[in-house]
Write a protein that binds this ligand. Structure first.
Ligand SMILES: NC(=O)c1ccc[n+]([C@@H]2O[C@H](COP(=O)([O-])OP(=O)(O)OC[C@H]3O[C@@H](n4cnc5c(N)ncnc54)[C@H](OP(=O)(O)O)[C@@H]3O)[C@@H](O)[C@H]2O)c1
Length: 263
């Protein structure tokens, strides 16, 4: 069997990072070798996760994590701290799988340039859940017939960026499909306790409304997409991708229905 892929996880103590980290732990072909965070630096990750078997101390920087020889950095933190961290990782020759949202276009372009220059791979995906990816595909189809659309995204009160990266991406896809300016697609944001991550796209036409809605109730929804991205990185050397289109295995033939991958 091939050596497992050595993964460093930034944001390991966060809501999403801890769900993704547990999926990495459970995968035979992946090895979690380093955990990065901010306020929990120096603490025992196993104790924080309630997983005795995880014997990692939370670190602060990519330089600290380098002592464990990761080849991939997975990042679920915040855009301000993530950007220099990701540049550092790419410059060290690591590939990156990035869930953190809120980067500017200029930052994304610079990450793509460095990725190409270093010959590593980057997956910068605004939403790793298979349901959100399917929503995009369905919305692109619907927009061909219903060009008038608005996006409503609703998230937990602690989410910092607004609108969400997923909603901005949806607006951009709808604009492309209808040959309009992305700013012409209204995006509404809701931040409330009790929510996790929810998105509705409403298409209006004479006498009818079509709604495409996706709800994430638990952050384990993101794990399968992250694991698919890590495994696909070797085939993406020198490229940065921003869609699960480039990462998911091909669909099964008709009549061969299956559940979404669970990690
Ligand atoms: N792409 C997707 O599918 C997807 C899905 C869900 C969320 N997200 C994005 O993922 C990011 C994290 O969301 P979340 O809800 O999991 O956040 P969260 O629960 O607040 O967790 C944030 C994590 O980042 C760490 N962190 C914060 N500032 C840091 C810094 N300066 N240096 C190092 N680590 C730092 C925190 O460490 P401490 O705990 O030690 O402070 C914590 O581990 C957000 O950008 C969110 O939009 C993306």
């Amino acid at each position: 069997m091939a050596e497992p892929i050595r993964v460093a996880l930034a944001g390991a103590t966060g809501r999403t990072g801890s769900a993704v980290g547990r999926a990495i732990l459970a995968a035979d072909d992946l090895l979690l070798v380093a955990a990065l965070a901010k306020t929990h630096v120096g603490q025992h990750l196993g104790a924080l996760w309630g997983e005795e078997a995880v014997d990692l101390t939370v670190m602060a920087t990519v330089g600290d994590a380098a002592t464990q020889y990761p080849t991939v950095l997975v990042d679920f933190t915040d855009p301000e701290s993530a950007y220099p961290r990701l540049l550092d990782a790419v410059d060290r020759g690591w590939s990156i799988v990035v869930g953190t949202t809120g980067f500017s276009r200029i930052q994304r372009e610079e990450l793509a340039r460095r990725t190409e220059r270093q010959g590593v791979a980057a997956a910068l995906i605004a939403n790793f859940s298979v349901g959100a990816w399917l929503s995009e595909r369905m919305a692109m189809e619907a927009a061909k017939f219903f060009p008038d659309a608005e996006v409503v995204e609703a998230h937990h009160a602690a989410k910092r960026d607004r609108p969400s990266g997923t909603a901005l991406r949806m607006a951009s896809l709808l604009a492309t499909a209808t040959r309009r300016d992305p700013d012409s697609i209204p995006v509404h944001s809701v931040r409330l306790p009790g929510l996790v991550a929810h998105q509705t796209v409403m298409f209006g036409a004479a006498g009818q409304v079509l709604t495409i809605r996706h709800d994430v109730h638990d952050r384990s929804a993101y794990a399968a997409g992250v694991l698919a991205a890590i495994r696909r990185l070797p085939a993406l050397a020198g490229r940065m991708v921003e869609s699960l289109d480039d990462l998911m295995p091909p669909a099964n033939p008709p009549g061969d229905a299956r559940r979404p991958p669970s990690g």
